[in-house]
Design a protein around this ligand. Structure first.
Ligand SMILES: CCC/C=C/C(=O)SCCNC(=O)CCNC(=O)[C@H](O)C(C)(C)COP(=O)([O-])OP(=O)([O-])OC[C@H]1O[C@@H](n2cnc3c(N)ncnc32)[C@H](O)[C@@H]1OP(=O)([O-])[O-]
Ligand SMILES: NC(=O)C1=CN([C@@H]2O[C@H](COP(=O)(O)OP(=O)(O)OC[C@H]3O[C@@H](n4cnc5c(N)ncnc54)[C@H](OP(=O)(O)O)[C@@H]3O)[C@@H](O)[C@H]2O)C=CC1
Length: 299
């Protein structure tokens, strides 16, 4: 390959609607996706639906859930799609959601995808205690509370299950400008490792799943603005392309399938190796305040 030949990068994913697992792989199974009304959660839910799953979407806002319900119910092969309003910081409401799952679908969720999370960019010196708490309570404590309820119900029933917790690669590296979210995601990764051992004997598999940069139309304005500061996102990835949300969905449907049953306590990164990108000499350091167009710190 000479220097004028464009580099291929990692190949484009198969088209929307394609799937690796056999049709009907999730027939009769119920998959609960938190934050399943938007973005990556909705994309993951769609891949389970395509394989025959019934869905229970859970989040705080009906304006997110209603359109997703309508769209996902139309996925060819999908089972029934229901939703429940719930703030995953509220343990009592979570218990009601599991009761509602059994009432509507006649079974406990077989798969729990902990996808809901909270995040906004902020220099740590500007972060309020409540801002820290909101992100950590939703991302880490909410994931724990959902998973705890799932585990308790299955242990009581003596039935197996599979948990997937959506993480972020700054769980390993730290996330300057996102200290609250990075700390919470590090906690999520640790939780996966603890619970996989605690619940393996009962047939409950627990894994983490980390998306790389997978732009979508529901991204929060804060995060979208941050991305807009760095034009040509494809060229900034070793894959020479960003990820497609369905690629996360394919990984999730594999992880919760019988073919991945011996994988537990693992966190799978789907990011084209972007998080491994380190040079001995990096781009010049830009302080977080400057990256976020903040003036000098004023207490
Ligand atoms: C980057 C790649 C990785 C991506 C990972 C992702 O997770 S993407 C997923 C991204 N998706 C989402 O994040 C989902 C949607 N996000 C949300 O719903 C909100 O961002 C939320 C997390 C704050 C909601 O929690 P809630 O209903 O409890 O919120 P509340 O309104 O009561 O505020 C609580 C505190 O936070 C403060 N605060 C809030 N915003 C900002 C800000 N921009 N700046 C500074 N501070 C901010 C607010 O001022 C308050 O503190 P105060 O003043 O009382 O000291
Ligand atoms: N997009 C990306 O490139 C990356 C995403 N991630 C991770 O992927 C996951 C999905 O992110 P993405 O789709 O981009 O983000 P979105 O902002 O689209 O989704 C977040 C979802 O979480 C729900 N949610 C937020 N707070 C609560 C709460 N307290 N209780 C219940 N539901 C809640 C929201 O619904 P509602 O407002 O209705 O409650 C929303 O559906 C997250 O875990 C995120 O950290 C990680 C790395 C990169």
């Amino acid at each position: 390959m000479d220097s004028t030949t464009p580099l291929p990068g990692l190949s484009a994913p198969p088209p929307p609607g394609a799937h690796a697992l056999s049709p009907g792989s999730y027939d009769g199974r119920l998959v609960l996706v938190t934050g399943g009304g938007t973005g990556l959660g909705r994309a993951v839910a769609a891949e389970f639906a395509r394989l025959g799953a019934s869905l229970l979407l859970v989040s705080r806002r009906e304006e997110h859930l209603a359109p997703a319900r309508a769209e996902l119910a139309k996925v060819p092969g999908a089972g029934p799609v229901t939703s429940q309003l719930c703030d995953i910081r509220d343990a009592d409401r979570i218990a009601e959601v599991f009761d509602a799952a059994v009432a509507a679908h006649g079974r406990l969720p077989d798969v729990l995808v902990n996808n809901a999370a909270a995040n906004f960019p902020v220099p740590s010196e500007d972060m309020t205690p409540n801002g820290w708490r909101a992100v950590v309570d939703i991302t880490l404590t909410g994931t724990f509370l959902m998973t705890r309820e799932f585990g308790r119900r299955h242990l009581a029933e003596g039935t197996p299950g599979s948990v997937i917790a959506v993480g972020a690669s700054y769980a390993w590296t730290g996330g300057p400008g996102f200290a609250h979210s990075a700390a919470a995601k590090a906690g999520v990764k640790s939780l996966v490792e603890s619970l996989a051992v605690e619940w393996g004997p009962y047939g409950i598999q627990v894994n983490g799943l980390v998306p790389g940069l997978m732009p979508h139309e529901d991204m929060t304005a804060d995060i979208r603005t941050g991305l807009d500061r760095a034009p040509d996102p494809d060229a900034r990835q070793p894959a020479l392309r960003v990820g497609a949300p369905r690629e996360l969905g394919w990984a999730a449907t594999f992880l919760a399938s019988p073919y991945a049953r011996f994988i537990s306590g693992h966190t799978l990164v789907v990011d084209g190796a972007n998080w491994q990108r380190r040079d001995l000499v990096n781009a010049p350091v830009t302080p977080v305040r400057e990256q976020l167009d903040r003036g000098p710190f004023a207490p």
